[in-house]
Design a protein. Structure first.
Length: 325
């Protein structure tokens, strides 16, 4: 006999519930297993990350320690650098002082050398023998305008006398420019000017030496204008130059066989006529051997003056004797 329909349905429902419960349990277990696996993976990852974080923490701690040491070292270096900068500054200041002192010493040495050079061959008897070397180069400089004038060493009328020098314009000056060599006399400020007589009023004679031995010297003189400022007591280092613009033709001095330039050198002598020597005696005085001492030359000049004076005084007697006979 078949069970009633109601009972059958109840049994079917129970069976289905059983199947459903079994399925649900299976599914739940599966999910639980999957979640466990995922959790295990996450746990493994967290473990790795934790180890990594620990490693990073250890590295960070080590780096902080190294940074601290580096900071300390940096501070030490900064302190040493500051001290080094101060030391360099002090040394720089010291070096600047040394450099300044060196420049001062160099200037003093140059001044002393100039004084020694000036005094080594300085004349103190009112005459000057001026040796001019490298004439060709100096002439080229004068023609180009690079250096139109050259100056002689100073010379003196006496140990406590006038201080003087000569200016030479190799390519000419004034109305002698380009055609003649010009020569000028210059009064300089000296140590004894306050006790000297002014204005300066002594005749100046220039002589360009003939180096061929023929004594064909070029001699020219000029009388000073005592009203000119050039011959008043100097108030600056040098007075205005005064002299002879057309002293010697350039065409003669530039000749290849010029008697006045030998071995690219020429000589100019300057005589200040403090003794008021007669005009005719000066050319005679310039024929002397320049190697003779000045006192010997003066003696010869004196002898020549006496000789010419005696000759002059005898001339009327000779003439009278001739006319009587």
């Amino acid at each position: 006999m078949e069970p009633p329909a109601m009972e059958y349905e109840t049994m079917e429902v129970e069976r289905l519930n059983t199947v459903l419960n079994a399925t649900t349990r299976t599914s739940t277990l599966t999910q639980i297993n999957e979640l466990h696996d995922e959790f295990q993976k996450v746990y493994d990852i967290l473990t790795i990350l934790t180890e990594g974080v620990q490693t990073l923490w250890n590295d960070s701690t080590r780096l902080n320690e190294e940074l601290s040491r580096a900071s300390n070292i940096s501070q030490v270096i900064q302190n040493e650098l500051s001290q080094l900068k101060l030391s360099i500054k002090d040394k720089g200041t010291h070096l600047s002082g040394i450099t300044s002192n060196q420049k001062t010493l160099e200037q003093q040495l140059l001044s002393i050398k100039q004084i020694v050079d000036e005094n080594e061959f300085v004349s103190r008897d009112g005459t000057l023998m001026w040796k001019i070397i490298n004439v060709t180069d100096k002439m080229a400089d004068a023609q180009s305008g690079r250096q139109t004038s050259i100056y002689s060493p100073p010379f003196y009328s006496s140990p406590a006398g006038y201080k003087m020098r000569v200016r030479l314009d190799l390519h000419g000056d004034g109305n002698g420019r380009g055609t003649h060599m010009s020569v000028f006399f210059i009064l300089m400020r000296g140590d004894f000017d306050l006790i000297l007589k002014w204005p300066f009023n002594h005749k100046v004679t220039f002589c360009l030496f003939d180096q061929s031995g023929q004594n064909e010297h070029i001699i020219d003189s000029f009388r000073l204008d005592t009203k000119s400022n050039s011959f008043q007591r100097p108030h600056s280092e040098m007075n205005i130059a005064s002299g002879i613009s057309k002293f010697f033709p350039l065409s003669m001095i530039q000749q290849d066989d010029s008697h006045y330039v030998r071995d690219d050198t020429m000589f100019i002598k300057v005589i200040i006529n403090f003794a008021d020597l007669p005009e005719m005696i000066l050319p005679y005085a310039l024929t002397f051997n320049p190697g003779l001492p000045s006192h010997v030359q003066q003696h010869l000049v004196t002898q020549e003056i006496h000789k010419r004076a005696q000759t002059s005084s005898m001339m009327p007697i000779v003439s009278l004797a001739t006319s009587t006979s």
